[in-house]
Write a protein of this length. Sequence first.
Length: 346
Amino acid sequence: MKYTTLPNTNIKVSKICLGTMTWGEQNTEADGHEQLDYAFEQGINFIDTAELYPVPARPETSGKTSRIIGAWLKKTGNRDKVILASKIVGRTSNYVAHIRKDGFSPDSINDAIEKELKRLQTDYIDLYQLHWPERLTNTFGIRDYKHDPEDSWKDNFNEVLHALDKQIKAGRIRHIGLSNEKAWGTMRFLEEHKRHNLPKMITIQNSYSLLNRTFEGDIAEISHRENIGLLSYSTLAFGMLTGKYINGTANPNSRLNLFPHMARYSSEQCVKATKRYMEIAGNNELSLALMALAFVNQQPFLTSNIVAATNLEQLKENIESINITLSDEVLKQINEVHAVIPNPAT
């Protein structure tokens, strides 16, 4: 395994982070524990979850993923050997109304952390993230920002950081990060951090893959100049970048077969680009999944690549990507496709 440090800390984390959002929906507790055991044996010490998980969010399964992790931590006694990351749900909507009806208020943050600590059976969370912005902005596959003058959100960056600072001082969380955030929101949090000596957002968990390289725009510059590391998710684009949906080899339990409405990476242009990437991988004796993950692993702004799998064989291949280094020629060919079909997904 290769390791990095969480920015602005001395915390060493594996460059591959274990994603868990299928546990409790597509995967059982036994599956989750099997994956945790294997990942830990391979040197992975970084685990990402969220109060929302598993997905899709449902009242019947809410918080189940973290309870699975908590049971493993209790069973193995490995809490001091792993770095735990979790997230609080963003602006309320019907999708998450069963979790909470308030946004990032101090009471909401306190409630979310208190419940998550119980589920995880731990006294502290190493990295606590805001799952998505409270304000109305273009997230989760919405390509362009369209301003809504009816948005009732009020600027509360300072209040949110003060609430998180209180949790840090209480020892319940150690560091904070963002998720699904944009350039403006990231800089506003940094502004409040600098002006008022408040905690700094040290990571940003955004989607990043061969089919969605939008992070390479303004946020990549922020990442480099402000030392905020990317925790990449959906690096295999809901499984599209394994080639299984194009080859017809996806099993009935795969995400897009179970949840066809999750069409963010299934457009005609996504399929067209994926076929081109499959050809590059095949010509270089690589699986598409290995090439796609290795591409992400090599990015200079990456802190950790969050990989998730619904079975152990998938997980083994995903972790193996840490041992693959793409040549300049392969990277050139990838960029040629990107130049013709840029960011077919967002």
